[in-house]
Design a protein around this ligand. Structure first.
Ligand SMILES: Nc1ncnc2c1ncn2[C@@H]1O[C@H](COP(=O)(O)OP(=O)(O)O)[C@@H](O)[C@H]1O
Ligand SMILES: CC(C)(COP(=O)(O)O)[C@@H](O)C(=O)NCCC(=O)O
Ligand SMILES: [K+]
Length: 239
């Protein structure tokens, strides 16, 4: 069994995988990272650990210690210019977030046509993957919760509270939630225009906020499981 880690800025997502598929997945908040020690202790024998980390060196260091206690060496991927059926058009390919690279590899394995690969986590990313597997570029915006948090933090009168999506919001809470959803969905729909003309193109949507965005999107959407873990599994298969 291999252990795959998608370490984002809010949560660590883990998955246990072998040739026959997935044998368990879970998530741990970075604010409770020590809890991952218990998760690790409960897993059976592990061959290798491969991960994508965008949460920085301190988090990688803490994970390295937890993994070493189980006799595992932490292997962290870097974005490549080309590999696993995907070509990376970033001017400096290594600067693309490792999670975005892994998600593109996962997306390519899942869907052969053009796709807009959207991961809605702490940040939302919307990445254009054309029908020949070329990542042409993409956008980064604050994620849904980060937008709401920033309004509460930097204004005197706006709270962080739950509202509802409404066509014409008539309360502060509804106005904030609806505004932030419009911002997310609007950016995604604008990016989708870049692949809309390609046969069979779809928006592949994943990440912690995917369920909140999916019902609002007016483009072909397929909500998928964690594409980063999927991509990491392909990388081990191809290794
Ligand atoms: N239990 C939870 N705790 C924190 N955030 C959650 C939870 N459930 C869903 N979320 C949402 O999911 C986002 C985190 O999604 P995730 O894809 O794990 O992000 P990241 O990869 O940036 O860590 C949060 O910003 C929040 O919007
Ligand atoms: C864009 C991101 C912050 C997304 O992080 P996440 O929301 O998954 O925590 C991350 O992929 C990152 O730090 N990228 C490096 C810069 C880039 O991709 O251009
Ligand atoms: K993201």
């Amino acid at each position: 069994m291999d252990l795959l880690l998608d370490v984002g800025n809010t949560r660590l997502k883990w998955g246990l995988h072998d040739e026959s598929g997935w044998h368990g997945q879970g998530a741990v908040l970075l604010t409770a990272l020590d809890g991952f020690e218990g998760v690790l202790a409960g897993l059976g024998p592990i061959r290798r650990m491969l991960g994508a980390n965008v949460a920085g060196a301190a988090v990688a260091g803490r994970l390295g210690v937890l993994l070493a206690a189980r006799g595992l060496v932490a292997e962290w991927i870097q974005s490549l210019a080309q590999g696993f059926g995907v070509r990376n058009s970033y001017r400096e390919p290594g600067r693309l977030g490792a999670d975005r690279w892994a998600a593109l590899v996962g997306a390519r394995a899942l869907h052969r046509g053009a796709a807009l690969v959207v991961t809605s986590g702490t940040a939302t990313t919307a990445d254009v993957l054309d029908g020949s597997g070329v990542f042409q570029g993409g956008v980064i915006l604050p994620g849904l919760d980060l937008m709401r948090i920033s309004l509460a933090r930097d204004t005197a009168q706006l709270p962080f509270s739950d509202g509802r999506f409404e066509a014409t919001p008539q309360s502060t809470a509804d106005a904030i939630v609806t505004g932030c959803l419009h911002a997310q969905v609007g950016a995604i729909e604008r990016m989708f225009r870049l692949v809309a003309a390609e046969e069979g193109s779809v928006c592949l949507l994943n990440g912690g906020a995917a369920a909140a965005l999916a019902p609002r999107l007016e483009c072909p959407v397929r909500v998928v499981d964690n594409l980063v873990l999927e991509g990491l599994a392909r990388m081990l298969d191809g290794a």
